[in-house]
Design a protein around this ligand. Sequence first.
Ligand SMILES: Cc1ncc(COP(=O)(O)O)c(C=O)c1O
Length: 364
Amino acid sequence: MSIPMVDLKGQYDSIKDEINRGLLDVLESTRFVLGPQGEALEQEIAAYCGVRHAFGVASGTDALHLALRAAGVGPGDEVITTAFTFIATAEAIAYVGATPVFVDIDPATFNIDVAKIENAISERTRAVIPVHLFGQPAELQALEALCRKHDLRMVEDCAQSFGADYQGRMTGAWGDLGCFSFFPSKNLGCYGDGGMIVTDDEQLADRIRMLRNHGSRERYYHAVIGYNSRLDDLQAVVLRTKLKYIDSYNRQRRQNAALYNARLGDSSVTIPVEDGLGTHVFHQYTIRVRNRHNVQQVLAEQGIASAIYYPVPLHLQEVFAGACDGLSLPVTEQAAEEVLSLPMYPELKEEQIDQICKALMSAL
Ligand SMILES: Cc1ncc(COP(=O)(O)O)c(C=O)c1O
């Protein structure tokens, strides 16, 4: 039987009645934008993350964009981040007119190498965006100390880490602002695009509240140029339903990762490394493997999906060719050559993991 990267249908089927009832209630209420479901979700996510404020926005990309604007990052500024991430992290920096400065990653965790950040700081640096890649928190305590020391804002890209904590504090609650994506395949995913910004800072909260709604605190009064970037109530009701199960979904992901580890630990692939400082919520189960192309082919022949996140690091993307000319990030570049993500979702069965690992072994 074929095995996909994610199984959204399986998850939907397991909570179908609740989801359908919630969606019908919203349809009946005709409260679609900035309605009670969105507000309730914001309160629930703020409480879940242990912060005072949460604001639904149209996507994870918008969350990052609005967060940087709220933090006052603008033209001429530099923002330090990783090149081993989805393009949205750097797009948001470009949207506000700032320049991304890419720092190399830790080879074990694929997250930004905090020890290399200080060398990249200039008098133009205004913020750092750590990305909790594949669901494993970056080194938040060290990052927090570094940002304090250099008076930089920290904006966390938590698109892949919903539900992950670092030393007991949730990802999103460490930075000045935390940005989530609810893209359908994310650990907490809606049925379209959606995102959320969390913060404990009153001033930043006030700015986000305005920015996502046409720069307005009060209807038809506009203090700044803002955006139409809101999470609608149909998405909110889906997310409220799934939020009840997120800890169990993440536990199942971790169990599945343990099953993979037990089967692949003695093989020639490099299994994911957990640094033990945070909880890895395994948005992706990503190994390193030589002969990646062959391995993918063998898996595909047996109906098993696999994916490369990410084949081209951001500093080597055409869009940054000029700005990053000559920049070398050897650890990032090697990771991009070797990584392979295997199917990972809460509903994945042990027999399927057996099937995937057997196919992988035969390919090796
Ligand atoms: C690391 C990272 N940052 C940002 C985003 C952007 O989120 P969205 O697709 O909701 O705009 C994503 C996901 O797509 C992501 O994986």
